[in-house]
Design a protein around this ligand. Structure first.
Ligand SMILES: [Zn+2]
Length: 65
């Protein structure tokens, strides 16, 4: 399935290519140590080069049962 996304910055519409999707981690600085980090899938806009966040990825919590 091919999905199309729109860049938040330049409104350029482009297809999500699976090979170009990368995992990024939200940088919370010091507070991130306490709250944990969020991982997102992101892709760079081919028009303006900004990073488009696609969807969050949840980290499995080791304490979950
Ligand atoms: Zn853009």
């Amino acid at each position: 399935m091919i999905k199309k996304v729109k860049c938040n910055v330049c409104n350029y519409k482009f297809f999500i290519e699976k090979e170009k999707v990368k995992e990024v981690v939200e940088d919370n600085g010091v507070s991130g140590v306490m709250t944990g980090k969020k991982i997102y899938n992101a892709i760079d806009c081919p028009n303006c080069g900004c990073q488009k966040i696609l969807w969050p990825r949840m980290i499995k919590n080791g304490r979950d049962k």
